[in-house]
Structures are given as C-alpha cells and as structure tokens.
Design a protein around this ligand. Structure first.
Ligand SMILES: *Cc1c(COP(=O)(O)O)cnc(C)c1O
Length: 381
C-alpha cells in the first residue's frame, strides 16, 4: 500500500478562511508581533484564552518552546526535580532537561495511560518543584488529585495538553485548570498553525514572565533585557492560521467524538480479553486526538503484526509510544523506578485514526479490518 493511499492517523484540515487570513497578513507586510507590530498573534491569544476559559494565553513557536518557557516562568532550573510520565512524547521530559532540571519518571494509570496520581508520593524528592501531567491521546490526566498533591508539597503543575485542545476536566476546559497549561499546534494535532504552541494561565505573574522569556527577556522596551530569554515568538502567519482553526475546533472535536463512537460500536463486540477500548472516566471529557486500543494478550511483536496487517489494509495505525522516554539514550540516567504499567502499555497499545476527515465508509473499514486483524493474530496462527 502506497503512503498516499493510506488513511492517515491524523491530517490537517485547511480551508478558505485560513488562506484568506494568511493573505491578509502577507498583504499587510507585517510578519511579526514583536514590539506590538502585528495584531494576529494578540488576537489569537485573546481568542484562545477565551476558548479555554483562562485569563492569559501566551503564544510560542512550538509546543516544546511552550513547555520550556512555562518551566522557566515557574523558576525551575538546575538542582530542581520535575515529576513526569515516561509514556509520552519526548518533548515533555526534554523541556525539563532544557531548563537544566532533572526529570523523574512516574508510572501511568493502566486504563487511561495518564500519569498515576497515587504514584507521585513515591517519586517525590526534597528537590521536586513541579509536576507535568500529560493529557495523553486527548484525555485529561486526573488533575484534581494531582493539584491537591501539588498544593500539599508546594509544587507547580504545568499540564502538557499538546494533544488535548478542547478536552474537559470536571466541566472545565483544560487550559483553565492547572497553574500553567501548554498546547501544541503541530500539523497532526486537534488544531494547527503549521508549527506553534501556547501557554495558558490565570496567574498574571506567570503571563508576564512568559512574555519576557519568549522574547529575549525583554520587558517594555525592546532592546532592554531584564533576564536571559529565548526567541520563542510565534510569527503572524501561523497566528492567522490558528485564528481560523480555532473557529473550527468545536466542529472538529464533535466529529472526532462521533468517529470514536463509531469505532467503539464496531469494536465492542470483541471480548475484553482480546481488546481494551479507550474509556472516558467520569468527569474527564476526551478530545479524541487518537483512538488508542490495548491488546491485553499481546507482546510488542504481536501488536506490531496487527499494525502491519492494518497497514496492508490501507490504515496508518501506529503506536504512541513504542519506546518510553526512560529507555532512550539521553534519558536513561534519570530516576525511573517501578514503571511496570508504562512498559506494559508500550508493548500493547496501538492507535487508530479518529480525525474529522474520515468518512463513514473509512470508519467501517477501520473497525472491520481491526476486528479481523485481532481475531487472526490473537488465536493460533
Ligand atoms: C506534540 C507534543 C509536544 C510537542 O509539541 P511541538 O509543537 O511538536 O513542539 C509535547 N508534548 C506532547 C504530549 C505532544 O504530543
């Protein structure tokens, strides 16, 4: 099966509105928001803050930059420890190392694949200053016990919601719940700007620091730095794309939800011993970035054969994440005790497309092919 015939795992959906706003920026000739020049970034920030229900939103040029600047704004640096899951995209732990701090890996909940709040205590050190829960696959982490634990131990909670625009925790959108929340607008995500990121917060002091850090530590006047920063500014063109995408996000999310429902309907006839379907625990509303299933009988090799079968059927099924971060060379040296559920999930999960561009026929095909692949490979070959 050629790549172009495959049903992609995720795909950006760009229309006339994005094109119109990008042309508007190009015709204006103002390509940056530095020192109050362009207005697209400011508008995008305002609309994004409104959407998540946060007081402040500070745009960045990637989700990774957003995480890095949130850690710096929280005052995290050399000598500090940060609790993170290992079962996530590498950027979560990478940002901690970039800030000069030490990631400590914490195990996940076996049902949701998000960081397990009951495992935080065991991982805590004297030097722990922050926690980064990740809303994996678009499902919010269990934020209430995490925030309670953080309060008890005076920690900052920096949520990684790179995959979870529009997800909700106890009826509040992620982005308004944690001390700071980081989003990504990479092309595969629920909404895109090409590359881009955002930090949202209700704390004015964080917002001010974030704005300084993203532009060389400048405050007020350009060419006057009060601290060492970075160039993490989002340009005007991506912000224009983001404004158009944000308007469509509720529709995208509704379609993702409908598609996930259709996949569940197609797959729930299989025994739970053959496949575990994604769940939405009470109080946590999924944004369905990915539809991730678990094969509880499988080792990595068997799971990979199911994926191969699906690929031969034209479905770009993929595992996120085959290698937990603590097993990657640059991260092996950091504390990683008792990650049993992380290592098991890395062997047994695979993700199916649930993106808004899927049609009924494709959804039926995905469900049917997945059922057949699982039945064929789980029983004596
Ligand atoms: C995509 C992603 C990031 C990084 O975002 P970029 O915009 O690609 O830098 C961070 N964390 C998670 C969980 C992600 O999925």
């Amino acid at each position: 099966m050629k790549a172009e015939q495959m049903i992609p795992i995720n795909v950006p959906i760009i229309g006339e509105e994005e094109i119109r706003l990008v042309l508007e920026v190009l015709k204006s000739g103002v390509l940056t928001s530095r020192a109050g020049s362009g207005s697209m970034v400011a508008k995008f920030e305002e609309e994004f803050a409104k959407f998540v229900g946060a007081k402040y939103a500070v745009a960045a040029n990637s989700g990774t930059a957003a995480l890095h600047m949130a850690l710096l704004a929280a005052g995290i640096g050399p000598g500090d420890d940060v609790l993170v899951p290992s079962f996530t995209f590498v950027a979560t732990a990478e940002a901690v190392v970039l800030a000069g701090a030490r990631p400590i890996f914490v195990d996940i909940e076996p049902e949701t694949y998000c960081i397990d709040p009951t495992k935080l205590e065991d991982a805590l050190t004297e030097k722990t200053k922050a926690i980064i829960p990740v809303d994996l696959y678009g499902l919010p982490a269990d934020l209430k016990p995490i925030l309670d634990f953080a309060e008890e131990h005076d920690l900052t909670v920096i949520e990684d919601a790179a995959q979870a625009h529009g997800a909700e925790y106890n009826n509040r959108k992620v982005g308004s719940v944690s001390h700071m929340t980081c989003f990504s607008f990479y092309p595969s995500k629920n909404m895109t700007t090409g590359e881009g990121g955002m930090v949202t917060t209700n704390v004015e002091e964080y917002a001010e620091k974030l704005r300084a850090i993203r532009s060389h530590g400048e405050k007020g006047d350009t060419y006057y730095s009060v601290m060492v920063g970075h160039n993490y500014r989002m340009p005007e063109i991506p912000a224009a794309i983001g404004l158009a995408q944000l308007k469509k996000l509720p529709k995208f999310l509704q379609k993702r939800r409908e598609n996930a429902k259709a996949l569940t309907k197609g797959l729930e006839q299989l025994e739970p011993s053959l496949v575990r379907l994604p769940k939405e625990p009470r109080g946590r509303r999924h944004s369905w970035y990915l539809y991730t299933i678990r094969l509880p009988w499988a080792k990595a090799e068997e799971r990979n054969r199911v994926i191969q079968r699906l690929r031969s059927e034209g479905i770009a099924a993929t595992t996120y994440y085959q290698t937990p971060i603590h097993k990657m060379p640059p991260y092996k040296k950091y504390p990683s005790k008792n990650l049993k559920e992380t290592e098991k999930a890395a062997q047994q999960v695979l993700s199916l497309p649930t993106h808004p561009a899927l049609n009924k026929e494709q959804l039926n095909h995905i469900a049917k092919a997945t059922k057949e692949a699982i039945k064929n490979i789980s029983y004596p070959k």
